[in-house]
Design a protein around this ligand. Sequence first.
Ligand code: CUA
Length: 328
Amino acid sequence: MYKNVPIIPLAVIGIVIAAITAAQALLIDWLPPAQSEQAERTFGLLWFLFWLSAIFFVIVTSILVYAVWKWRAKDDDLEDGPPHHGNTKLEIVWTTIPVIALITVAVYGYIVLERNEAVAADRVNVDVYAQQFNWTYGYPDAGIETGTLVVPVDRQVQLNLRARDVIHDFWVPEFGIKGDAVPGITHTLWINPTKEGTYPVICAELCGVGHSVMRSEVKVVSEQEFQAFLTRSTGRVKAGTAAATAAAKLETAPGDEAAGKTIFEAKCSGCHAGLGTEAGGVGPQLKGTTLDTAGIRNVAKNGRGAMPGGLVSGTELADVVAYVESIK
Ligand code: CUA
């Protein structure tokens, strides 16, 4: 039955196509290094799917290329060719193989999903707030909010994604996972970071004119550093709460320029280019503003136009005002 199969030409074509396919996969850096357990599993599944598809691609394309070359109709040949009837054996083979392949992919995919979403008892809870055009992170157990996501290594982090205006999408390429933040819905993601470092948080859903600058950072730190971060931040908030009785006083007290710059970088620089010193961002350049201190405080507190209010309050507001004063 197989004596008519042209093994050698098919093999030559197959090797060429396989080499081109493999080169595409191996020579290009398609994925970032996996820095979470989820990324390791997801990237593993992705490559499995790729190589499985590559095998079928090479087989089908090789036969196709050979057939087109070998049995090309002559220019003056207008016949339909001899009639063909079914080949039962061949049909069983080309049905069975895809069925097995699909079941394998489904089982593998299910296992990855199941493991990626297995919830750990000692997980850290973080509320992620997305809004045009920045990210804010709340730690409900510690009662604090930050502009940079800080998480401990080798421990599960549960991210509760929320949107304050339109649909955004939380994406850390190194974590191999992303999720939509939809107004009115809390969408949960679980991440087990495996390596300390700083990685970008990117908004992956077109959400308005500042979408491309809606970025932030995630810092993966040791458990010890994480606890220190919580204590430090809680201390700041407590100091703020204690003085909240004189909230107005707190906001109008002289702020700290350097602290203001850090807050500005986390919460405002997505829209105000060059930390407020340059034009061309979504928001206006702040250098050269004609606003006086009270005016700056008012805009920073209540927002104006497309800029939302409430991004900073208390001592943070005073610090940001001090920073803007220093560059204006
Ligand atoms: Cu938020 Cu794109």
